[in-house]
Design a protein around this ligand. Structure first.
Ligand SMILES: [Zn+2]
Ligand SMILES: [Zn+2]
Length: 290
């Protein structure tokens, strides 16, 4: 209460000073002071989306909450990786706070000690990758979802397993790191639910789709996409197939690619946890995330 009175007095003094001074914008100064007091949260149900020159329609019509530009042979995605929905990880004083975690039947849920913080993540992703080197997926951002949230692989923070961390996911199946970076390891109901929708783009430029290729479940043979030999193409009934045609931007994507559209990821139906996005290996040579 004392603190509040002091703040009020401070605000009044600030207003007085600025009202006396010539053309100082007192309203912004007062807002800035209030923002300092309430600086624990950057929660917002809206976000900013910006596309630079030359960004193709399949990106413009699919991605939100990102800034995408073209730089040489790469797309550059910039994101704060802030969800626009409710989560316990906003903290209990936030307008986007809710207490629920994802409902798991086989374990006890509990939040991790971290809160969501705005990030400054840049993913440089090859525009038209046709390499199939199957390089290992490192920790950190291994891709970006269509809602601007970064995709992580199936490895948990050191000392933990994903099957343990799984019980810390919020009801959108995401959670923040100890530096506040909110991310997904597994299928998020915000984007896909056992279907063929686009989840996002991996750091190697190949696309990540839901568990199905159009209507075909488990479309691949002989490997798990994102597995140990992930350069294999997406195969249905013995034939390789291009990106799901049920994805509204498929024709624009195919028109923009010169080759390799049969190579894409699907969320897997793993047994450890449900729906890992990207596991041990990329399909091709990855770009960078900083
Ligand atoms: Zn994690
Ligand atoms: Zn497929």
């Amino acid at each position: 209460m004392k603190k509040f009175s002091l703040l009020l007095a401070l605000l009044m003094v600030t207003q007085l000073i600025f009202c006396k001074s010539e053309k100082k914008d007192d309203s912004t100064s007062a807002i800035a002071l209030l923002a300092l007091v309430n600086s624990s949260s950057s929660a917002s149900s809206t976000c900013t989306t910006t596309f630079g020159e030359g960004v193709p329609d399949w990106i413009k019509n699919t991605f939100t909450c990102v800034t995408v530009t073209v730089s040489g042979s790469n797309y550059v995605f910039k994101t704060s990786s802030l969800p626009t929905y409710k989560s316990p990880y906003w903290g209990s004083t936030s307008s986007l706070y809710e207490s629920n975690l994802y409902v798991n039947t086989s374990g006890t849920n509990a939040v991790n000690p971290n809160l969501i913080k705005s990030q400054n993540i840049t993913l440089t992703i090859p525009k038209d990758n046709t390499t199939t080197t199957a390089g290992s997926v490192a920790g950190g951002a291994a891709g970006i979802a269509t809602n601007g949230i970064v995709l992580y692989n199936d490895a948990a923070a050191p000392g933990d397993s994903l099957s343990t961390e799984y019980y810390t996911f919020d009801d959108s199946q995401g959670h923040p790191t100890n530096t506040g970076a909110y991310h997904y390891h597994v299928e998020t109901p915000v984007l896909t639910n056992n279907d063929s929708k686009l989840v996002g783009i991996a750091l190697d430029g190949y696309l990540v789709f839901g568990k199905k290729h159009d209507t075909t479940a488990n479309p691949t043979t002989g490997f798990t996409l994102g597995g140990s030999s992930s350069s294999t193409k997406c195969i249905i009934s013995g034939s390789e197939t291009s990106v799901p045609t049920t994805w509204a931007q498929a024709s624009n994507y195919n028109a923009n690619k010169t080759a390799g559209t049969a190579r894409h990821y699907h969320i897997n139906n793993g047994s450890e946890v449900n729906g890992i996005l990207i596991s041990g290996k990329y399909i091709g040579t990855a770009g960078t995330s900083l």
